[in-house]
Design a protein around this ligand. Structure first.
Ligand code: KG4
Ligand code: ZN
Length: 337
């Protein structure tokens, strides 16, 4: 069956066409219209501008995702209904409701975090099979940093989450402090490659005994370190600061995930969300997984970042379970999984 996925939860307008059955998963198209250049000048997302840009982009993006298929050929339309920016979510949900009503096709509502968790079931590259259940899932993005135990499709138990900033948010805020622009993750990732991760000792909040995370103290530590040095010194030390900060984030994500593997006695780990594109995180997770003799699943970067393929895929499982949304669907900025 053909499922159209739509995600407008944040600053990317995304639509995908998924051809799926119990035997195969084919991501026919995966279109993402980024708003980075729009928000870059402000050093972060401006919600009002984001929702306006979604309105302008959505028809074009859906049209490209359909790639010639007619709306009438769709078996369902799957839309992200939260969590996210409410003005942005409303655009995707209103659009999806209109298509569902006009064409008489089922509407399915998907939680954005669920989409990220299930992104490992899309094309993994190299013919890798998806994880068997149960598995652990770390979702690290701009809005979320959470660890789950996944028992099956639609069966997620949260083990921990960030108590303050998300990992990606820390990358974005530190990038702003360093004058590297938005989004911060890719800029810091690139610069860190030329720096010494041991140059500066930034704090790591391990929050022992919990699976929770905290990154706001780290961000403050970087801000305080910058106060003590001249702009000339800062310019020289930029790669070292980037590498030291990145290594603090990666240390925490890797150590806490390793602890979850031990405590939960599950040797299958999926890592997703925009931060899972980070080259150092990918390298260190691989190292840790092989040390623990655990299977590791990380989607290619295009599927780590926000995309609608993951929304269409999660929608398929809701559809199979008979979980159909009504036209009274209301997106929610905060939506527990
Ligand atoms: O999953 P995503 O596209 O959107 C949300 O759901 O938030 O994640 C975006 C986040 C941003 O904070 C961005 O800076 C971060 O992912 N990110 C990275 C990298 N690429 C994107 N963080 C670290 N290293 C990267 N290479
Ligand atoms: Zn996301």
């Amino acid at each position: 069956m053909l499922i159209l996925g739509i995600d407008t939860s944040c600053d990317d307008t995304a639509a995908s066409l998924l051809n799926i059955s119990d035997e195969k998963v084919e991501l026919v198209t995966n279109i993402v219209s980024s708003q980075n250049e729009l928000h870059g000048v402000y050093g972060g997302i401006v919600p009002e501008l984001a929702s306006r840009r979604h309105i302008e982009a959505i028809w074009q993006v859906v049209d490209r995702a359909l790639s010639g298929a007619g709306l009438g050929e769709l078996s369902a339309i799957s839309v992200c209904a939260g969590p996210g920016l409410i003005g942005s979510l409303l655009i995707g949900c209103s659009f999806a409701k209109a298509v569902s009503y006009l064409k008489g096709i089922p509407l399915v509502a998907v939680n954005h975090i669920e989409g990220h968790i299930l992104s490992v079931f899309l094309e993994m590259g190299g013919g890798t099979a998806p994880p068997a259940f149960p598995f652990l899932a770390l979702v690290a993005s701009g809005g979320h940093t959470c660890l789950y135990r996944v028992e099956g499709f639609l069966k997620y138990a949260e083990l921990g989450r960030t108590r303050d900033d998300a990992a990606g948010e820390a990358f974005d805020k530190v990038s702003k402090l360093l004058g590297l622009g938005y989004p911060g993750g890719p800029a810091i990732d690139a610069l860190a490659g030329q720096g010494d991760p041991a140059a500066m000792r930034f704090p790591r909040a391990y929050l022992p005994g919990t699976f929770d995370f905290s990154f706001s103290g780290l961000k403050t530590a970087v801000r305080l370190a910058l106060k003590d040095i001249t702009p000339k010194e800062q310019a020289m030390l930029m790669p070292d600061i980037a590498a030291s900060f990145q290594s603090a984030v990666v240390d925490v994500l890797v150590r806490k995930t390793q602890w979850a593997i031990k405590k939960q006695r599950i040797k299958r780990l999926a890592v997703s969300g925009g931060v899972a594109s980070n080259s150092e995180l990918r390298r260190r997770m691989k190292e840790m997984a092989s040390e623990m003799d655990a299977e590791l699943f990380i989607p290619p970067p295009a599927l780590c970042a926000d995309n609608a393929g993951m929304i269409a895929y999660a929608g398929y499982h809701h559809l199979r379970a008979g979980d159909i949304a009504g036209l009274d669907l209301n997106p929610k900025a905060r939506l527990p999984l």
